[in-house]
Design a protein. Structure first.
Length: 311
């Protein structure tokens, strides 16, 4: 005989009203997407229903209620799921405190669940070489793409930084690019090697196959331009990377920043100092850069196992 599902208790009116007001505020103030708002509403409603079983409304939440709820609901859940719901509750009760719905924030002592570090997906050096060689450099668009991929791998720039580059921000003789207003609004100078410099020079100076051929009689500030003379977009860059990866027979997981991840990982594999990599990547906090040391260590372990006689 199938056991009946437990009856869902009706929410106290103040809980229903509080959730609605909070979601309205998120929509008005932050412009959150419908799917995000629905997820917030669902998480809060599930908690409010659980809390109703204790005879309480949302505005009567105490520290112990949240601790008990997380212990009951997230014992077998992924840490990422628990932390996502923790974020929802923190935002709700911070809003409720601001709106004088509650007199104290019950989430202030709610601990963060420990998550394993997110290891960025990267490519081997051989895979990067195959990707770089994929564009047809006898065509203007292919020459542009070769120069663009070479520069990204040589500099570790973000996709948004690559497509925003202007020709005046490239110092071919100095071998550096000036990134204006990178993440966090900070400018930085980033070097690139001789190989990337050679391909950039070909792209900029070859009147038959390079940037001039793409622009025709038009002018543009952007370093990398389309066949219509417009600046490149992040979406266009991502499309190109996927297309060239397919041409190069690369089946590893990809993201728009795969080359940036490869840049950092390969530098560390070859002995670069972590602080130097941090500066090149434009990371404000070295803890953001340290994630790449995990990738590098895993690679070293693999190489040791493959090549050491007692591996």
């Amino acid at each position: 005989m199938t056991q009946a599902a437990p009856e869902t208790l009706p929410l106290p009116p103040s809980s229903t009203e509080g959730i609605q007001r909070f979601c309205d505020a998120l929509w008005l103030e932050d412009g959150l997407a419908r799917n995000t708002l629905d997820a917030y509403r669902r998480d809060l409603t599930l908690y409010a229903q659980w809390l109703a079983g204790r005879g309480k409304a949302l505005d009567q939440t105490e520290d112990a209620d949240l601790s008990d709820y997380f212990a009951a609901r997230h014992e077998d859940s992924l840490a990422s799921t628990a932390n996502r719901r923790r974020t929802v509750f923190k935002r709700f009760f911070q809003w409720a405190l601001r709106e004088h719905v509650v007199s104290a924030d019950p989430t202030r002592l709610l601990p963060t669940a420990k998550q394993p570090p997110r290891v960025p997906q990267t490519l081997s050096e051989a895979q990067v070489e195959a990707l770089i060689a994929a564009p047809d450099v006898d065509a203007p668009l292919g020459l542009r793409d070769r120069a663009m991929i070479e520069l990204m791998y040589a500099s570790g720039l973000r996709v948004s930084e690559i497509v925003a580059l202007k020709t005046v921000e490239v110092g071919l003789n100095e071998g550096v690019v000036r990134v204006i207003g990178g993440k966090g609004g900070k400018d930085r100078l980033v070097p690139f090697g001789a190989e990337a410099g050679d391909w950039l020079r070909r792209y900029l100076q070859d009147g038959h196959k390079g940037r001039t051929a793409l622009l025709g009689e038009r002018t543009a500030d952007a370093l990398f331009v389309t066949a219509r003379g417009d600046g490149m977009t992040r979406q266009a860059f991502w499309y190109l990377i996927k297309r060239y990866a397919q041409r190069a027979d690369i089946h590893a997981p990809l993201s728009p920043h795969t080359l940036r991840h490869a840049f950092a990982t390969h530098l560390l594999n070859h002995g670069a100092d972590l602080r130097v990599v941090q500066m090149l990547l434009g990371h404000a906090d070295i803890s953001t850069t340290q994630i790449y040391t995990h990738v590098a260590r895993e690679r070293l372990r693999t190489l040791h196992a493959q090549h050491h006689p007692r591996g």
